[in-house]
Design a binder for this molecule. Structure first.
Ligand code: B12
Ligand code: SF4
Length: 433
């Protein structure tokens, strides 16, 4: 049986090839392990392909697999319709965040969907297809043990798309790098976040982390790593030590993310020793009130102390910020600029709030004094505007009521103006990401 994963153009991203389809690679690797020669597996990489030409790149398969996210769902639906016209007998299976959030709607496009993690479910779906008893909905209710599954093989991607330069900070721009993910789960519950893995963080065994990195070095000459995990330096000191030692053994340079509060200085030192050159810290807002309303659970004074420790260890800081949160003061733009001046990050990624399906604000906007404009298609759900081009304008996703539970609501025009002001400041200083 021929089984092919198909992705999207990735056109919402400035550089679609920076988006490594890790979910798809994990799943193809498991199918290869479980079925061997009984399946002919491949990956059709549509990144950078104009949508109306996409079908010419899709070979005929018996089963197509799709990783579905909300901003990409419309493009995926159009691709599935085109594939069905050309290859009407093929089955289409889907999983990913959008399938978890909108299972019924997803079943209008796909023959079967997976809700939750796919490591056990996808092989079951394939067995059911072989036995001619495919069901509509499959559900993983537990949390899989990450150590029972192999690291994702990159061989399914075109070789030219596996490594790239510019993965790390400007100083290390020339190094060949790629991204990886060694954990799942976040114990926090920020109200703007649509993380599907709420709960304790599961981290792959240190031995497996080292194994994956050694594979990337050996097969693809990788010198630099970008960890996509919610946390690369963990708050739990022991956990952090075991992960960082596993990375350190490989002699890589890397960047990743961490919480703004609660990281032990010893963990930062160890991160540096293990090759860390940059940490992205999602403080999200410089307004304590907005942080509280969003349940972000961080203290800005402690975040500043953490930045000092990072700087003492010669680790560059990337700040992740959102504007347009409920409860922001009128002068949030200036306060944000002042915070950046004070903390001197080397890079800032500035987003505008987007009430993404799966998040608490999308589920109950009224609680936050918001009205979501449901006429804005999900395809327009982007977060960062005007990074590279000052002319790029943010669509109006939502509006605040004049009076919200947190005081006077800011108008969307004010929010966009704030965003443009800070973005222009970042562009001038070449610290926009
Ligand atoms: C790492 C990550 C990325 C990485 C890797 C993405 C990937 N495809 O694996 C990168 C940086 C490339 C990325 C890109 C994007 N991401 Co992202 N990403 C994450 C993150 C942090 C972790 C996801 C993860 O663990 N992936 C690894 C795989 C192994 O797990 P998985 O994705 O959960 O998939 C499992 C199941 O869903 C299922 N499954 C998935 N597909 C299929 C298909 C079939 C057929 C079956 C049976 C099962 C199945 O099996 C998988 C293994 O268990 C989450 C936030 C979070 N912490 O969850 C956001 C998140 C998933 N991303 C999000 C978004 C919006 C995007 C982008 C659309 C952003 C953009 N505008 O470009 C792109 C989409 C690119 C793409 N097509 O993948 C949103 C999705 C929200 C939503 N409602 O759809 C999230 C939830 C973050 C958020 N904003 O809250 N992302
Ligand atoms: S924003 Fe980050 S810390 Fe907050 S719930 Fe999402 S993944 Fe966890």
């Amino acid at each position: 049986m021929r089984v092919g994963f198909v992705n999207t153009s990735g056109r919402q991203n400035e550089k679609p090839f920076r988006i490594d389809p890790l979910g798809a690679l994990y799943l193809l690797t498991i199918l290869e392990r479980d079925f061997g020669d009984r399946l002919e597996l491949d990956y059709t990489d549509l990144r950078g392909v104009a949508e109306d030409s996409a079908i010419y790149h899709v070979p005929e398969r018996d089963v197509y697999l799709h990783y579905i996210t909300t901003p990409e769902i419309a493009e995926i639906q159009r691709n599935v319709a085109r594939i069905r016209r050309s290859y009407p007998k093929a089955l289409h299976l889907a999983g990913g965040p959008h399938a978890n959030i909108f299972p019924e709607e997803s079943l209008k496009t796909f023959d079967a969907i997976c809700i939750g993690e796919g490591e056990k479910i996808l092989p079951q779906m394939i067995r059911d297809i072989l036995d001619k008893k495919l069901q509509k909905t499959y559900r993983e209710t537990g949390a899989i043990n990450l150590d029972e599954y192999p690291y994702p093989l990159r061989k399914y991607l075109p070789k030219s798309a596996i490594v790239d330069t510019g993965m790390l900070t400007r100083k290390h721009e020339a190094l060949l790098g790629t991204s990886l993910l060694v954990s799942r789960g976040c114990p926090f519950n920020c109200h703007f976040c649509s993380n599907q893995y709420k709960g304790p963080t599961r981290v792959r065994a240190p031995r497996l982390i080292t194994e994956e990195i050694e594979y990337l070095k050996r097969e693809y000459g990788v010198q630099a790593l970008l960890f996509k995990d919610d946390q690369a330096i963990h708050v739990n000191k022991e956990l952090s030590r075991s992960v960082l030692e596993a990375i350190g053994k490989t002699g890589m340079l890397w960047r990743g993310q961490s919480r703004a509060n609660g990281i032990h200085p010893d963990s930062v030192r160890l991160a540096k020793e293990s090759g860390c050159v940059e940490i992205a810290v999602a403080i999200e807002s410089v307004s304590p009130k907005a942080l509280k309303i969003m349940n972000k659970n961080i203290d800005l004074a402690k975040a500043k102390d953490y930045f000092k420790v990072l700087r003492q260890n010669d680790i560059e800081i990337k700040l992740l910020l959102i504007l347009g949160l409920p409860g922001e003061p009128k002068d949030i733009a200036q306060q944000t600029i002042d915070f950046i001046e004070e903390t001197q990050p080397s890079n800032v990624s500035l987003s505008i709030l987007c009430p993404i399906p799966g998040s608490a604000i999308w589920n109950d906007p009224a609680k936050f004094g918001m009205k979501i404009d449901t006429s804005v298609p999900f395809e327009k759900y982007m977060f960062a505007f005007g990074r590279f081009d000052g002319e790029e304008k943010a669509p109006h996703f939502f509006e605040y009521e004049k009076v919200t539970p947190f005081g006077e609501g800011m108008s969307m025009d004010e929010i966009v103006a704030n965003h443009e002001k800070v973005q222009a400041y970042l562009r001038d200083r070449k610290i926009n990401f």
